[in-house]
Design a binder for this molecule. Structure first.
Ligand code: MRU
Length: 381
């Protein structure tokens, strides 16, 4: 996507062919800052501190983290260390494990001398694939938006509600939920987006609003608890969110608060769609509520809010009394029964095992009854 007059992806290799650059999302929406990652630890810290975030981008950053790790030592041992270090950064998005497994499977059979170039080539491929996949998700999702517009007589704008940031900042480009918005908007479908602020880190207020604003998409930021009210008043035509891990039977784990939006949508007959690339599907897991590791982050993200003061400085202010305990669960699971459909790069399907297998028949052997809960062995957070 364009920022100013320059086309950006969220992660890229610098001119030296080795250093990796990212957009530092902790600085948005107030500053647009890029940073260089030169070591494995830089990549791990960028994921941990959420300088990069969003499931597909976490996976891509981990792939480049492997590249950086191998530069001066491409041994099996170093490869294993890189995997462990990166896997321990954030536990919920399955794209992280997917990317690390993919890199290991391709690099391990090679002689160490061939690994560095192969690692950079594969990481670049993961990024290019993600762009193509996101764009395809956008095309499929935009059809649903167009149908909603047609249902309303192609007069009033389609009112969408989204949660967190599932836009281009969360992927390499385009996004997942927001890719549908961009494709529809670019095709002339009038869209207005209700943007949940997404406490505690405000990815909606800070990142989604920033993205939509730059793309010229009409949007309104609302507090997280406003969605139910808007749905009762008929002000939401459809909800589209992203996901960090979708199980083989279609349970969806996404940013905390997604489940409550799905409940409100169900109660009000508002379609609730979830957009995802194949890299966000955990074929080894069925029951998302029991099986997905939910990240718990620093309670300070709940007790304080970060923003820009009138004098331009970035400040953190406390919103709770000293001494009150706070808990910071970063994700929740929406059971498949509350999801109207999954929007993937291969099309839209019901949120069910049968639905997913109709689009990914090659996974038929993997998506059987729950296996030995490998979804839990990355419970590192
Ligand atoms: O904690 P975050 O900001 O990494 O959480 C991101 C989300 O919950 C997104 O909705 C999800 O990763 C899908 S991104 C296309």
């Amino acid at each position: 996507m364009k920022v100013g007059d320059r086309q950006y992806r969220t992660i890229w290799v610098a001119g030296d062919g080795r250093t990796v650059e990212i957009i530092d999302q902790t600085e948005l929406p107030h500053e647009f800052v890029t940073r260089r990652l030169t070591t494995l630890e830089d990549a791990a810290a960028a994921i941990r501190e959420m300088r990069v975030r969003g499931a597909p981008l976490i996976g891509a950053t981990a792939a480049y983290g492997v590249c950086l790790a191998l530069q001066d030592d491409a041994s099996d041992r170093r490869l294993d260390t890189a995997r462990q270090t990166l896997l321990a950064t954030r536990p919920t998005a399955v794209n992280l494990r997917w990317a690390l497994d993919d890199m290991a499977a391709r690099l391990k059979p090679l002689a160490p001398a061939a690994r560095v170039d192969a690692a950079y080539a594969r990481a670049a491929e993961i990024c290019d694939d993600d762009v193509a996949v996101s764009r395809a998700i956008g095309e499929h999702g935009a059809r649903l938006i167009d149908e909603a517009w047609a249902k309303g007589g192609r007069e009033a704008p389609v009112n969408l509600l989204t949660h967190c940031n599932a836009g281009w900042l969360a992927t390499i480009d385009w996004g997942t939920a927001l890719a549908a918005v961009y494709v529809a908007h670019d095709a002339g479908v009038p869209v207005h987006v209700w943007v949940n602020e997404t406490r505690p880190r405000n990815q909606g207020a800070g990142l989604t609003a920033w993205e939509l604003g730059r793309h010229g998409v009409p949007h309104t930021v609302i507090v997280d608890s406003a969605g139910g009210h808007l749905m009762q008043r008929g002000k939401v035509d459809l909800c589209i969110t992203g996901t960090d891990r979708t199980t083989a039977r279609g349970d969806v784990c996404n940013k905390i608060g997604t489940y409550l939006k799905a409940l409100a949508a169900g109660d009000n007959g508002v379609p609730f769609y979830v957009a995802l690339p194949h890299t966000s599907i955990d074929w080894s897991l069925d029951d998302g509520v029991a099986g997905v590791p939910i990240e718990e982050r620093d309670p300070a993200e709940v007790t304080t809010v970060v923003g820009r003061a009138d004098d331009g400085s970035i400040v953190a202010v406390r919103v709770t009394p000293e001494g009150s305990a706070a808990a910071n669960f970063a994700f929740d699971v929406t059971p498949a029964r509350l999801v109207t459909g999954l929007i993937t790069e291969r099309g839209v399907c019901p949120a069910s095992r049968e639905g997913l297998l109709s689009l990914y028949p090659e996974r038929g052997g993997d998506a059987g009854p729950q296996m030995a809960a490998p979804g839990n062995d990355d419970k590192t957070g």
